[in-house]
Write a new protein. Structure first.
Ligand code: SAJ
Length: 426
């Protein structure tokens, strides 16, 4: 009999839902669990509540075949996979309440031999904390790695606990879920091996074994590394600005060096990962994580600098209409989470009201927090027609296609280097 037949995925968000659908398509029986009733209903109907290429077809298929069902509470299963958000609170400290709530939701239905996997981005030590929490709440069970009498895989009935971070890029989630390498860290080597066997049943990439604590730090390292590299690019853009040098040209030329790869400056760093995850390291080692802390500050500060620069330009042209081009946190998606473009548009809308026009080809209507300032939502063609200033905030394909002749009349702040063929302010 296969070792893993019934899988419960707790959290049907950007990671949980694609993972649940993928596992269901590999012949396992999956129960998708979410605390939000509307999410449970949407998925149960074979539809999706997030936008991700090819996900709608896959979910519809596995729901209609019966391989994926949904519920608001977990039921007994062989594997419990936790994929819930781990945000930061108002003081930039990790908020793990949803992880603990997920554990508490299935702890009563855990049975000997079950495998518990945490996929949510988590501070070092969280997976061990999950194992200890389960052991405390279910003293009748053996939890691998907790207590001297357990561990090392000797007890076949032990609960295994492991960490395996997701690393997929929004927009490429299904492809990357299958093909990316995974790092898998159990609270003991035996737990690692069990989790490895599970992932190998649906992942084509390598499933590399490590410890739970190392796996937690690997995930945080990836995003903190990217944050620091973007901070370098953002800092460079400010230096170039001061000396009136084109930063895009500098980066292009520097990157011709075989060992240099400067990333692209922007209006700041957005999304639910890169702007958040470094805090998980900074919070646990504030005295050591100096570069990571500075990188966060540099990237946040870049957004404020863009706002100041836009205000100066708009104040110089008191009768001009201003197009804010793009609101999402990166190109060609509809996701506004932690978006620096949104922060810039919000500050300008609050100050200049109806003079601000919003162009966002990936949304059907302006977000309510902008609409309240009386800003107009329009297409790029309308904005080219009626605006004298453009603040380019996201490098959407629709903007890249506008030829110089159609935007020559505009005064531009190009935060993404899309319209480089005209005088550029970054
Ligand atoms: N950005 C720049 N300049 C760049 C690259 C990105 O300003 O050169 C900005 C983007 O505009 C955006 C932010 O950074 O605002 C983040 O975008 P991203 O494409 O770098 O990353 P995410 O947040 O979509 O996904 C990241 C990925 N992590 C890494 O590339 C190390 C992804 O693989 C992770 O799975 C994901 O975080 C996650 O869930 O943690």
């Amino acid at each position: 009999m296969p070792e893993f037949q019934k899988i419960a995925v707790i959290g049907l968000g950007y990671i949980g839902l694609p993972t649940a659908a993928l596992i269901a398509s590999r012949g396992m029986q999956v129960l998708g669990v979410d605390a939000k009733e509307d999410v449970v209903r949407t998925v149960a109907a074979g539809t999706i509540h997030i936008s991700e290429p090819d996900l709608d077809g896959l979910v519809s298929k596995v729901v209609s075949s019966g391989a994926l069902t949904t519920a608001s509470k977990p039921q007994p299963a062989d594997v419990f996979m936790i994929a819930v958000p781990t945000p930061i609170d108002a003081s930039s400290r990790p908020d793990l309440s949803m992880v603990y709530a997920a554990v508490d939701s299935f702890v009563e239905v855990l049975a000997p031999g079950n495998l518990v996997i945490l996929e949510s981005t988590s501070p070092i030590g969280t997976t061990e904390g999950v194992a200890v929490r389960i052991a405390k709440m279910r003293p009748d069970l053996h939890v691998d790695g907790v207590g001297w009498e357990n561990g090392n895989g000797k007890d076949k009935g032990a609960i295994s606990v492991a960490y395996c971070p997701e690393r997929v890029l929004p927009g490429r989630i299904l492809t990357e879920l299958i093909n990316n390498d995974r790092c898998i860290g159990g609270v003991t080597p035996a737990s690692t091996r069990r989790a490895q066997r599970f992932y190998k049943s649906f992942v084509r990439g390598a499933c590399v074994a490590t410890t739970a604590r190392a796996a937690e730090l690997v995930k945080l390292t990836e995003n903190a590394f990217r944050d620091a590299n973007i901070a370098f690019a953002n800092e460079l853009s400010l230096i170039c600005d001061r000396f009136d040098i084109n930063v895009w040209e500098v980066i292009d030329l520097a990157n011709r060096h075989p060992r240099v790869n400067v990333l692209r400056p922007g209006p700041g760093v957005g999304g639910h990962c890169i702007a958040v995850d470094p805090w998980f390291i900074i919070d646990s080692a504030p005295d050591l994580a100096r570069l990571m802390r500075t990188s966060r500050d540099v990237n946040n500060d870049k957004t404020r600098k863009v706002i100041e620069k836009a205000e100066a330009l708009i104040d110089d042209h008191p009768y001009a209409s201003v197009a804010c081009c793009g609101l999402t946190f990166k190109a060609n998606i509809d996701d506004l989470r932690e978006s620096p473009a949104m922060e810039v548009a919000h500050a300008l809308a609050a100050k200049y009201g109806a003079r601000i026009k919003i162009v966002e080809p990936n949304l059907r209507r302006p977000p309510p927090e902008l609409a309240e300032f009386g800003v107009e939502f329009m297409t790029i063609d309308e904005a080219l027609h009626c605006c004298e200033i453009a603040i380019l905030l996201v490098d959407h394909d629709e903007f890249k296609m506008i030829p110089l002749a159609e935007r020559r009349h505009l005064d531009v702040i190009d935060t993404r280097g899309v319209w480089q063929d005209m005088p550029v302010r970054t």
